[in-house]
Each structure stands twice: as structure tokens, then as C-alpha cells.
Design a protein around this ligand. Structure first.
Ligand code: ADP
Length: 170
């Protein structure tokens, strides 16, 4: 059983992440989407909300599991029996960033191998950070997020999200 961990913040999950997971399913038997909770950033959406949105996106795909974790990503990968980590690459800055994480992870646990998939042209400009800006200023979210997430966000923020402060989802 080839199990891969796809770690990230997923605040929220975007069509870019979803594309990487779908393509990853051709390479791995199971993908565990790991929502990392150890970043210092204040998230826009609660871990629960982020998890529900990802589960809903893959409700017809039993090979995708979702969970939250704290601590080192390689340690969590080992805990869940994942020998592989999956990451997406959008650009050269992504590569530079990922390269350092890869070297660090290798020094922590050389048994875990990271695989990278290049994002498609349709989603390579999409990031959760930019999506959160669009949410704050009530821009069009179509094409950036799956419809069920857009529906929830529009229902919560009919006039745009507050520019500062926590969202009602957090
Ligand atoms: P992090 O908080 O570690 O940056 P993210 O949730 O933003 O994590 O992303 C998780 C993974 O998904 C990372 O490998 C990131 O490069 C990748 N990713 C994010 N957006 C896209 C996209 N539009 N296309 C492909 N990969 C992406």
C-alpha cells in the first residue's frame, strides 16, 4: 500500500490543491491530506471547517483521507505509515522554498521521500493567500474554489468578509 501525506494549511483548500490530489491518486494508493496546525499564522478558517470542506470535495473518493496534525510533518508521516510526501510546485519561488524543506526533512528522516507535481496552467496562479484576499473583498471565487466552498462562503459573507478579525468559520 503506497500511502502519501499531502501536508499544508488548506486555509481554504483551493482548486490548485484539488488538482494535485487528483493527479496524486494515479501515483499512490491512498492520500492523507494533513492539515498542519503548527503555523504561527492566524488562520481564516477553523481546522474543523477546513477538514469538512476537504472531506466534502472528496466524498466520492475513499482513497483520500483528511486529518489535522501538529508537530513535524515527517514525524506525522511516519506515524500514519506514509513513506511519501506529496507537494505541488507552482513556480520557481515554490521550488526554492520546497527545496529547503526537502533537505531538512531528509536530515530528519531519510526514509521518507517527497514527490512533486507541477501545477497546471489553469491553477498555477491560485494560492490560499490570494483566495483569502478575494474573500475579504468579496471578489468572484468561481474557478478558484470548489462550488460547495464558494456557496458556504457567500452564505456567510453576503457583503464580503471583514478585513480584519476572525471569520465566523474560525
Ligand atoms: P503551506 O501552508 O505549506 O504553503 P498550502 O496549503 O499553501 O501549504 O499548500 C500545500 C501544498 O499545496 C504545497 O505543496 C503547495 O505548494 C501546494 N499548492 C498550493 N497551491 C497550489 C496550486 N495552485 N497548484 C499546485 N500546488 C499548490
Amino acid at each position: 500500500m503506497k500511502r502519501a501525506l499531502f501536508p499544508g494549511s488548506f486555509d481554504p483548500i483551493t482548486n490548485g490543491h484539488i488538482e494535485i490530489i487528483r493527479r496524486g491518486l494515479a501515483l499512490f494508493d491512498e492520500i492523507v491530506v494533513g492539515i498542519g496546525l503548527n503555523t504561527t499564522k492566524q488562520p481564516m478558517f477553523s481546522p474543523d471547517q477546513r477538514q469538512k470542506w476537504i472531506e466534502e470535495a472528496f466524498r466520492h473518493e475513499a482513497r483520500v483521507k483528511v486529518c489535522t496534525y501538529t508537530g513535524l510533518t515527517v514525524r506525522f508521516a511516519r506515524q500514519i505509515g506514509a513513506k511519501f510526501i506529496l507537494r505541488g510546485l507552482r513556480s520557481a519561488p515554490d521550488y526554492e522554498y520546497e527545496r529547503n524543506i526537502d533537505l531538512l526533512n531528509k536530515s530528519l528522516d531519510s526514509d521518507i521521500e517527497t514527490f512533486y507535481l507541477l501545477s497546471s496552467p489553469e491553477t498555477s496562479f491560485v494560492s490560499s493567500t490570494l483566495v483569502r484576499e478575494v474573500i475579504r473583498f468579496h471578489g468572484h471565487l468561481e474557478g478558484l474554489l470548489p462550488p460547495h466552498i464558494i456557496r458556504d462562503i457567500y452564505a456567510t459573507y453576503p457583503g464580503g468578509a471583514p478585513v480584519s478579525g476572525k471569520s465566523p468559520h474560525a
